[in-house]
Write a protein that binds this ligand. Structure first.
Ligand SMILES: [Zn+2]
Ligand SMILES: [Zn+2]
Length: 64
């Protein structure tokens, strides 16, 4: 059993040294550095790095 409370944020970004608790979070963050934008708005074709960026953007279309 590892009861160390320092193993919490053990995944670090090699580029900006930001730390993450899950590898999937770090992978998602790495897209900021690689410029990969897999999320595209179906309405205006604008591209986004993170899913929640796209979701926040799509709210604008709904309010119009
Ligand atoms: Zn980074
Ligand atoms: Zn859009």
């Amino acid at each position: 059993m590892n009861s160390s409370n320092k193993g919490h944020m053990r995944y670090a970004c090699e580029v900006c040294q930001r730390r993450f608790s899950r590898p999937s979070h770090m992978e998602q963050h790495m897209r900021i550095h690689t410029g990969d934008k897999p999320y595209q708005c179906a309405v205006c074709q604008q591209r986004f790095t993170l899913k929640h960026h796209l979701k926040g953007h799509q709210i604008r279309h709904l309010q119009m």
